[in-house]
Design a protein. Structure first.
Length: 346
């Protein structure tokens, strides 16, 4: 079936048409299921927010409102389909910036109900996980997922396509937020995560000893705020003393601390749950140091199979929402005209 999906939870407006089918159900011996992206239009607002050093919610909502209609038209046209071909409209309903979400939800509602198409609300975080179904059509739950983005850091057990249990989370900053804040203090434009990734190759990871973001208890929780603050305090102290620093060394040391923290908690989560599939998702899933470390970990532990999403599908996009909408649709999830957006998970 064809699904039209709308994403507007943060600073990217996206409209996508995906084709999803499981011709022989979820039988393990069934042929590889259909997971096609026919269009995935993304309008990034980053240039609008860069001057402020972060996302300004009011500007985000307005930019979504301006973009969503034309993007949807373009997504349908690129897919070569009309609304009458669409079996369901999927929309990110939570979590995210409330004003930004409301733009997508209200647009999707109007489109779906005016055209008598079922409307399916989708959780943004589960959408990030579902991006992996395009890169790995053979991927099936159960699996363990790390969702690492600018707004979220969660260790999630996917028991089925639609049944998730969050078994670990950040207690403060999200992983991408920490990358962006450290980058900002070093004078890099928002969002600095990708530039930190690149810069880390040029530096010495042992230059600065940093605290772990893996909380030293038997939970699967993280605290990226302490790690971020340690770096920022170090930089401020150097500045006050009039001493210069090597940005690449800072990026490499920070990256090393993030990678070892992630590995520590994922190792614990895998051992505790007994899961044998590990999925990475979210904007920070594009980070090459985290990807390489997880590849090395899984090569060492031959019983764990790793699934990394295409880099193009790591950031916010409509296709991932369409993939998750498909599974929610199969489960019978439908929204009526009272559908509202929600800033938080619960
Ligand atoms: O998933 P996403 O597009 O938006 C949210 O749902 O938050 O993630 C955006 C985040 C930003 O913090 C950005 O700096 C970070 O992902 N990011 C990276 C990389 N590419 C994007 N962080 C580290 N390394 C990267 N290569
Ligand atoms: Zn996201």
């Amino acid at each position: 079936m064809y699904i039209l999906a709308i994403e507007s939870s943060c600073d990217e407006t996206s409209a996508s048409v995906v084709e999803m089918d499981d011709p022989c159900g979820t039988d393990a011996k069934a042929p590889v299921p259909v997971r096609n992206i026919l269009s995935n239009r993304i309008a990034s607002q980053i240039p609008l927010h860069t001057v402020y050093g972060g996302v300004v919610p009011e500007i985000a909502s307005r930019a979504h409102a301006e973009a969503v209609s034309a993007l949807t038209y373009d997504a349908l046209r690129e897919a070569g389909l009309g609304l009458s071909d669409i079996g369901a409209v999927g929309v990110t309903a939570y979590p995210g910036l409330i004003g930004a979400l409301l733009v997508g939800v209200n647009f999707a509602k109007s489109l779906a109900f005016a055209n008598h198409i079922p409307l399916v609300p989708v959780c943004h975080i589960y959408g990030h996980i579902a991006a992996n179904y395009f890169t790995h059509p053979e991927l099936k739950p159960p699996f363990l997922a790390l969702v690492a983005s600018g707004g979220h850091t969660s260790v999630i057990r996917a028991k089925s396509y639609t049944d998730f249990e969050t078994i670990g989370r950040t207690r403060d900053d999200a992983i991408g937020e920490a990358f962006d804040k450290v980058a900002r203090v070093m004078g890099m434009p928002y969002p600095g995560g990708a530039e930190m990734d690149r810069l880390a190759y040029e530096g010495n990871a042992a230059a600065l000893k940093l605290p772990s973001a893996a909380i030293a208890d038997d939970t699967l929780d993280f605290s990226f705020s302490g790690l971020k603050t340690a770096v920022i305090n170090h930089l401020h102290t150097l500045e006050q003393k009039g001493q210069s620093y090597n940005r690449a060394d800072i990026a490499a040391s920070f990256s090393e601390a993030v990678v070892s923290s992630v590995l520590k908690k994922l190792d614990l989560a895998l051992r505790r749950t007994g899961e044998t599939r590990l999925v990475l998702a979210g904007g920070v899933a594009a980070n090459s140091h985290i990807r390489a470390a997880l590849e090395a970990y899984c090569a060492k532990h031959g019983n764990i199979k790793l699934y990394l999403p295409d880099r193009a599908l790591c950031g916010d996009n409509g296709a991932m929402i369409g993939a998750q909408a498909y599974f929610e649709f199969l489960r019978g999830v439908r929204a009526d005209t009272t559908l509202n957006a929600r800033a938080v998970m619960e």
